[in-house]
Design a protein around this ligand. Structure first.
Ligand code: HEM
Length: 306
């Protein structure tokens, strides 16, 4: 079942070229920044990501839809979600599915998008919704969490404006990978052990829940690849992220465009975080105008000195 459902979306994003992701993101991001006299970094990031998701996957997401995406993603990534978050996610998930169900009814006009590909391949309505939803969810929330984590860390250390010029793609890429090894979003993964397993001398019983620290794993050996940020190597690890190249390209495009906007340097404070922390007693309505939920990683509602 998993293999059948995951095969098409995973293949689509796995085949996506990092350079293509970078240049399309940079172009869009430059256009948006040129049109803005004031930049709200997190809104800028979310707007670019949802625009790219609409273009590449064929599914636009409204402001309310974005809130639902962040709630459900945070719920899925948290090993022990609080009851208030569980309640919100139980509502947001079906609402999100219902809105995407509407959008995947019609043949996609956007040629080349994933949804258009599904129509051409004869996927039925339910398959189309599930497949496209899985990509939009992974794309927007995880990329948002990661790029904000990197920016957050560079702003805190004061190194954002010292990063090498946009022309030096390799250096910017190395700086991003290093930043994500130090601070990431999501920070943990949770799994259920399907058979008794011994790791480092400890036996883990079948059906135990295991929480894996992505941060510690990716910092374990400075020379190791950074793929633990993505749940491992897709193919070698069954549920690892298939979109590593796409995600790196998109994050670099966003960062490169922001760095060109030199006037951001004058901002004394950056407010990072798509969301305010959830308040259990006052669960926000899903259709509220303002963003009201934490991101996939849940910990980026911080203000830091630039
Ligand atoms: C920097 C950005 C990203 C990070 C850090 C990230 C991280 C991850 C992680 C850790 C997993 C494993 C989850 C688990 O096993 O519980 C995962 C899975 C997944 N990611 Fe990403 N991801 C990112 C971007 C993306 C993008 C851009 C897409 C799609 C366009 C995407 C789509 C997926 C999908 C579909 C899965 C599930 C794969 C499966 O189980 O077959 N991710 N991602």
């Amino acid at each position: 079942m998993y293999e059948t459902l995951a095969e098409q979306p995973n293949a689509f994003v796995q085949g996506f070229d990092e350079q293509r992701a970078y240049s399309e993101t940079l172009k869009r991001a430059r256009e948006l920044l040129d049109a803005q006299t004031e930049v709200h970094v997190e809104r800028f990031v979310v707007e670019i990501l949802s625009g790219l998701a609409a273009s590449w996957f064929g599914l636009p997401t409204s402001e309310a839809g974005l809130q639902r995406l962040f709630v459900t993603s945070k719920f899925v990534f948290q090993p022990s979600p609080e009851p208030a978050l569980r309640k919100q996610a139980q509502r947001a998930g079906p609402e999100l599915k219902a809105s995407y169900d509407e959008l995947t009814k019609q043949p996609a006009s956007d040629h080349g998008s994933f949804l258009a590909e599904l129509f051409e391949a004869g996927a039925n309505h339910d398959e189309r919704t599930t497949a496209v939803m899985s990509l939009v969810s992974g794309f927007v929330t995880a990329t948002y969490g990661s790029v904000m984590a990197a920016l957050d860390s560079w702003i805190e250390s004061g190194s954002l404006w010292r990063l090498s010029a946009v022309a030096d793609y390799g250096a910017l890429r190395r700086a991003l990978v290093q930043a994500l090894r130090e601070r990431q979003g999501p920070t943990v993964l949770h799994r259920t052990c399907v058979k008794e397993t011994t790791l480092g001398g400890t036996t883990i019983a079948r059906n135990s829940r295991v929480v894996l620290g992505i941060g510690s794993a990716s910092n374990d050996d400075a020379k190791s690849e950074f793929t633990w940020l993505f749940g491992g190597n897709y193919g070698a690890q069954k549920h690892a992220c298939p979109a590593q190249a796409m995600a790196i390209g998109v994050m670099l495009g966003l960062i490169a465009a922001l760095r060109e906007r030199r006037d951001l340097k004058r901002l004394r404070r950056f407010v990072l975080g798509y969301a305010r922390p959830l308040e259990p007693s006052a669960a926000p309505p899903m259709d509220a105008e303002a963003p009201a939920t934490n991101g996939s990683n849940g910990s980026h509602s911080s203000s830091v000195e630039a």
